[in-house]
Design a binder for this molecule. Structure first.
Ligand code: 1GP
Length: 234
């Protein structure tokens, strides 16, 4: 069984998954067990990544996490420096909402030497940045403009173009700390169109929002800031 296979199976069986996103730059490893203990018991994955992370930080944080938890640790890298073979799998992201070749293919090519001799499971992922009501760091770092939430057909077509080009997951991202998370209407329409699992993240701070995202069709929801700040509303 692969990590992707597990996510696909969850989608088929309509089981909902929850990933906590850890930004290595903001994480204090000394509190790892405390942090893990506070997570909802429905947490199924740990994602590790950020828009810009100091060299080696990802490696250190992943090593610590692997000591403390049996949950799958999946890299969600902002760039090729955030790849470490200590993790279990890698979301091989392509920022398909943008038109910046750096994040469509350049970083991917440069990451190959780091990946090819590891046992990391590589999961082709279409990453779609959607306007979250404020300038987020993904936007700043990637130098791409998010798709407006009102342009649903463009978002659906982008997701489908991702699926047609072989992506195995679609990730709708409002950006970390977004004011508005991805709307239920967008989630619903994308879900209706694609047949691969849908990940949703950015600005989700409560179990109410989480439930709505699941009901609209997300298979996996990612929560970063609210867990990081221990402010998630149950
Ligand atoms: C993952 O970037 C998001 O998709 C996480 O966003 O920090 O707002 O939860 P938050």
């Amino acid at each position: 069984q692969t990590y992707l296979g597990e996510i696909e199976a969850a989608m088929q069986e309509n089981r909902k998954l929850l990933a906590v996103l850890i930004d290595p730059d903001k994480f204090d490893e000394r509190n790892t067990s405390e942090f893990l203990r506070k997570l909802p018991n429905t947490t199924s994955h740990i994602f590790v990544g950020g828009s810009s992370v100091a060299p080696n930080r990802t490696d250190e944080v992943v090593a610590e996490l692997k000591k403390e938890t049996g949950l799958p640790v999946i890299l969600f890298p902002g760039d090729q420096h955030q790849i470490t073979d200590k993790a279990d799998a890698l979301l091989f992201l392509s920022l398909i909402s943008g038109r910046n070749p750096e994040f469509l293919i350049e970083q991917q090519v440069r990451s190959v030497e780091k990946i090819r001799n590891t046992s990391l499971e590589v999961i082709p992922t279409g990453y779609i940045l959607i306007d979250g009501g404020k300038e987020t760091s993904v936007q700043r770092v990637s130098q791409t403009r998010p798709l407006p939430q009102t342009n649903i057909s463009q978002i659906v077509n982008t997701a489908l173009a991702g699926q047609y080009s072989g992506k195995r997951l679609i990730y709708l991202e409002a950006g970390s700390g977004a004011n508005h998370s991805v709307s239920c209407e967008i989630i619903r329409e994308v879900k209706k169109a694609i047949s691969i699992p849908l990940i949703v993240g950015g600005g989700i701070k409560s179990s109410k929002q989480l439930k709505k995202a699941y009901e609209a069709g997300a298979s996996l929801v990612v929560v970063g800031t609210a867990f990081e700040e221990d402010s998630f509303q149950n």
